[in-house]
Write a protein that binds this ligand. Structure first.
Ligand SMILES: Cc1cc2nc3c(=O)[nH]c(=O)nc-3n(C[C@H](O)[C@H](O)[C@H](O)COP(=O)(O)O)c2cc1C
Length: 226
């Protein structure tokens, strides 16, 4: 199909099979902590996932992301230790039964997954004034999150599990990976093949928190109006 004189291609709804595939990826994507298989991911597959991430929308087309691929066990071990320290602090923020439940949860797959990707946001990319980011500086971070979600959905279609780890002091991870000051860590992602996934979010399955009814979250024309 050739683009028209404005560079546009014909668009329209996908076929029903294609639509079903997209919704299946969305509905069956899970955050994975423990189901990782040890086989390394082929380089071409990793390239496809990064390609999907790089297709994400970004404010002013800023593309503020970088992807630091971490395969070495030694580095992942250091990051896991940083997680472990922060996770102990996190547990102390809950009390009683909730704390016991928190401690029973596995909240990372840093050592088990064969690949980690540290997704970062360069807050200076594109210069001091970026189109669309003029009134909310956070938009570069939100853009980077879009890249993570693209990767996560593409990974589901590829049979690759992804787990997002955020429990650590950012400064510790920045120092392990020599990430400069103006670059912020958005996500530590653990990746590996999986042959099974939880049917519902693991936190729901384990009784931590349930999915909210969608209808409670939708307002009409103004806040609180149903
Ligand atoms: C910004 C963000 C940070 C997250 N950080 C963690 C984390 O540190 N550890 C963890 O086990 N899961 C983490 N998760 C995964 C969520 O717990 C998970 O997405 C949620 O429970 C819903 O489950 P699902 O992704 O399987 O649908 C994070 C998810 C997001 C979007």
């Amino acid at each position: 199909m050739l683009p028209d004189q404005n560079g546009c291609l014909a668009a329209g709804a996908f076929s029903s099979d294609e639509r079903a595939a997209v919704y299946r990826a969305i509905q069956t994507r899970r955050d994975v902590r423990d189901e990782f298989l040890p086989e390394p991911l082929p380089e071409e597959l990793i390239a496809r996932l990064l390609g999907a991430a790089h297709q994400a929308p970004s404010v002013g087309f800023m593309q503020p992301w970088n992807f630091v691929l971490v395969r070495q066990e030694e580095t992942r071990e250091k990051v896991w230790r940083a997680f472990q320290r922060a996770n102990d602090e996190a547990a102390e923020m809950f009390s009683g039964e909730r704390q016991a439940k928190y401690r029973s949860l596995k909240l990372e797959g840093i050592r088990k997954a064969p690949l980690s990707i540290c997704v970062t946001c360069d807050r200076t990319r594109g210069g001091a004034v970026v189109l669309g980011r003029t009134h909310n500086q956070q938009m570069d971070l939100y853009s980077t999150v879009c890249a993570v979600q693209n990767l996560w959905l593409a990974a589901r279609a590829e049979g690759v599990g992804v787990g997002w780890v955020s429990i650590f002091h950012e400064s510790e991870i920045k120092s392990i990976l020599a990430i400069p000051d103006h670059v912020e860590i958005v996500a530590w992602l653990c990746l590996g093949f999986v042959d099974k996934l939880y049917q519902e979010p693991e936190l729901a399955a384990k009784g931590w928190r349930q999915r909210l009814p969608l209808e409670d979250l939708i307002f009409e024309e103004g806040w609180g109006v149903r």
